[in-house]
Design a protein. Structure first.
Length: 259
């Protein structure tokens, strides 16, 4: 796991698997942890790093209901977990799905000794909406969708930081998962464009934080990829994202669109 200080008030943890990001943000004596790292040793290390850096954690936030973004409770078991309305609905409507997916991952990768994941009493947050943090700061919640049926991006305007979830990743092409759709994904990217252009730093769900101009470049690549899919053609994968894993994601996208 890597830990990067984006700002005096933002630390981003990057997991060893899929470069999944976990973002800690503070304002005064309050703070939130957005999404999660994956491996047990990574989750165990996060509280110590934040304590040493004097980062309080008032609660947890999740950009969407994919299991690898919901593990904050394993690091902070007493903390409340907040998420957008669509994500809360997906968690309650697919009871046990994240836990089953986590167990499957652990079995495949020989991970043992993990504490069971508890997702009871998830707090549903209105989207679009605002979430107070610290004495006078607000996190902006913006709707996302297309990767899955649910999703929320979190903008931290006083820091110039935008936490996207699984969009505009420098290491992963657009992935249309179950519940997602090509049209919704394209619409999300267009909604995200002005938010990215206003931000100084963009934090994707997978991959290191990017300055605004780099994120705009990835956004344009992703839109071009999705436009080619929309026209029924087989696009060339973007530069830097032509690995075997990305080719498999692309094959899965084609199958989902065709089905």
């Amino acid at each position: 796991m890597r830990a990067l200080a984006v700002d005096n008030d933002v630390i981003v943890f990057i997991s060893r698997v899929w470069q999944t990001t976990c973002t800690a943000v503070r304002a005064g004596d309050e703070g939130f942890l957005i999404d999660s790292v994956v491996y047990p040793d990574e989750l165990a290390a996060v509280p110590g790093v934040l304590e040493q850096a004097a980062f309080p954690i008032s609660g947890l936030l999740a950009t969407h209901a994919d299991w690898d973004h919901l593990l904050g409770r394993l690091a902070f078991p007493e903390a409340s977990l907040g998420c957008g309305e669509t994500t809360a609905q997906r968690i309650t409507g697919e009871l046990g799905a994240p836990q089953r997916a986590l167990r499957a991952f652990d079995e495949e990768h020989y991970v043992d000794g993990r504490t069971p994941l508890a997702l009871a009493a998830v707090q549903s947050l209105p989207v679009p909406g605002l979430l107070s943090v610290g004495p006078d700061k607000e996190i902006q919640l913006h709707e996302t969708g297309g990767h899955t049926a649910d999703g929320t991006a979190f903008a931290l305007p006083w820091l110039g930081v935008l936490v996207l979830g699984d969009y505009v990743s420098p290491v992963e092409i657009p992935m249309i998962s179950a519940g997602g759709s090509l049209d919704a994904y394209r619409a999300t990217l267009e909604r995200l464009r002005p938010l990215i252009e206003q931000a100084g730093t963009v934090i994707p769900g997978h991959g290191a934080p990017m300055p605004r101009d780099d994120a705009v470049g990835v956004l344009e690549q992703d839109l071009a990829y999705l436009e080619t899919l929309h026209r029924g053609h087989d696009p060339r994968l973007p530069d830097g994202r032509r690995t075997a894993r990305q080719r498999q994601i692309h094959a899965d996208n084609l199958a989902r669109i065709a089905g």
